[in-house]
Write a protein that binds this ligand. Structure first.
Ligand SMILES: NCc1[nH]cc(CCC(=O)O)c1CC(=O)O
Length: 309
C-alpha cells in the first residue's frame, strides 16, 4: 500500500462525548494499521430534540439517519455507531463492515443517595429511564416503583439525575465507563438482560466500497460479531423494533455460546424468558429459534402490545 497517496479516512460520528470517544477508538485502530484519519461531526435528530420521548420520535434510526445521509452524500467514508442504535433492517446501500470488541454489556444504576432503598419493599422509589426494555424489567422486579422518562445523551442524563428527586436512573455501564464516569455507578444490574448489541460499536461503509471494506473489516472482532448477530437476529424476528421491551445477550465461554433473551409486557407483569447454550459451530440459528420459541410460548402478546401504540 502506498501510504503517501492514500486519502485521509473521514470518520463520521455524532458529537456527544460518548460518540466522539467511540469514533476516536476506531480512528486509533485505523492509525495502528497505518491510515490517516479525520473526525467529521454530524448532528442527529435524537440529539437535537431532547423533549420528545425517543419512543415517540419515529422510533427507528433517530440517532443514525443524519450519519446515513452524510455517508450517502460522500461527506464521510465510514460511520461509527453504537451497534444497539442501528435498526436491524436497513434499506439503504450501507452496511456494517466491522463490529468492534464489546465492552461491558450490562445495565447499571446510578443512585446519588445510595441503593439501600432497594431493600425496602414498601418504599415507592422513582427510577428514570426512557427505555421500555429497562422499564419493564425494572417493574417486574420492583412492581411498586414508578418509572419516569429521561432524555439526553449520557452527560445530560447524569446531570438530570443529580439535580432531580429521583432515586436512581439506569444507564449502559459501557457508556459511563468509556467517558470516565464509571464512578457514578451505584450497582451493576446483572439480573437485567441488556439490549441487543449493547456495549458494541459498529463501523459502517457504503455498499460496494471495496477499498474501505478491505481496511475496515480488519477491525472486526469475531466473538463480538457472533454474539451480537445472534442478539440482533432475535430482535429482528421478534419484529419488535429497538423500543420494544425485549432484551438479548450472548457470550462465548469454552467454545460455547450462552444466550439469554427476555420479552415483557410494558407494565412488567408478564415475562417470557429464554436461555440456552450451544457450541459456537451450531449457534448460527440461535437468535432465530429463540424468537420462534418465545413467540409460540405467548410473547407474541408483547409484540402486539407494541404495535398498538
Ligand atoms: N440509547 C443510547 C445509547 N446507545 C448506546 C449507549 C451506550 C453504549 C452502548 O450500549 O454501546 C447508549 C446510552 C445508554 O443506553 O445508557
Amino acid at each position: 500500500m502506498n501510504k503517501t497517496k492514500e486519502r485521509t479516512i473521514r470518520i463520521g460520528t455524532r458529537d456527544s462525548q460518548l460518540a466522539t470517544w467511540q469514533a476516536k477508538q476506531v480512528a486509533q485502530e485505523l492509525q495502528k494499521l497505518g491510515h490517516n484519519t479525520e473526525l467529521v461531526f454530524v448532528k442527529s435528530e435524537g440529539d437535537l430534540d431532547l423533549t420528545t420521548p425517543l419512543t415517540e420520535m419515529g422510533g427507528k434510526g433517530v440517532f443514525t439517519k443524519a450519519l446515513d445521509s452524510a455517508q450517502l452524500n460522500d461527506e464521510i467514508d465510514i460511520a461509527v455507531h453504537s451497534f444497539k442504535d442501528l435498526p436491524t433492517e436497513n434499506p439503504l446501500p450501507l452496511k456494517v463492515a466491522a463490529i468492534m470488541e464489546r465492552a461491558d454489556a450490562r445495565d447499571s444504576l446510578v443512585a446519588p443517595d445510595g441503593t439501600e432503598f432497594l431493600d425496602d419493599p414498601d418504599y415507592k422509589a422513582t427510577i428514570a429511564t426512557s427505555s421500555n426494555r429497562r422499564r419493564a424489567q425494572w417493574l417486574h422486579s420492583y412492581p411498586n416503583h414508578e418509572i419516569v422518562n429521561i432524555r439526553g445523551n449520557v452527560n445530560t442524563r447524569l446531570k438530570k439525575v443529580e439535580r432531580n428527586d429521583w432515586d436512581g436512573a439506569i444507564f449502559a455501564a459501557a457508556g459511563l465507563e468509556r467517558i470516565d464516569l464509571g464512578h457514578h455507578i451505584s450497582a451493576y444490574l446483572d439480573w437485567m438482560v441488556s439490549a441487543a448489541a449493547q456495549g458494541a460499536m459498529a463501523v459502517m461503509i457504503r455498499e460496494g466500497d471495496t477499498k474501505m471494506e478491505e481496511i475496515v473489516s480488519q477491525l472486526n472482532h469475531d466473538e463480538t460479531a457472533i454474539c451480537t448477530t445472534i442478539e440482533r437476529d432475535f430482535l429482528h424476528d421478534m419484529e419488535a423494533g429497538c423500543s420494544a421491551p425485549v432484551g438479548a445477550y450472548a457470550f462465548i465461554e469454552n467454545e460455547e455460546v450462552h444466550f439469554k433473551a427476555v420479552a415483557l409486557t410494558l407494565d412488567g407483569r408478564e415475562k417470557y424468558d429464554y436461555e440456552d447454550s450451544v457450541s459456537v459451530g451450531e449457534a448460527g440459528e440461535l437468535g432465530h429459534s429463540a424468537a420462534q420459541t418465545l413467540l409460540s410460548e405467548g410473547a407474541i402478546k408483547v409484540i402486539e402490545e407494541m404495535k398498538k401504540r
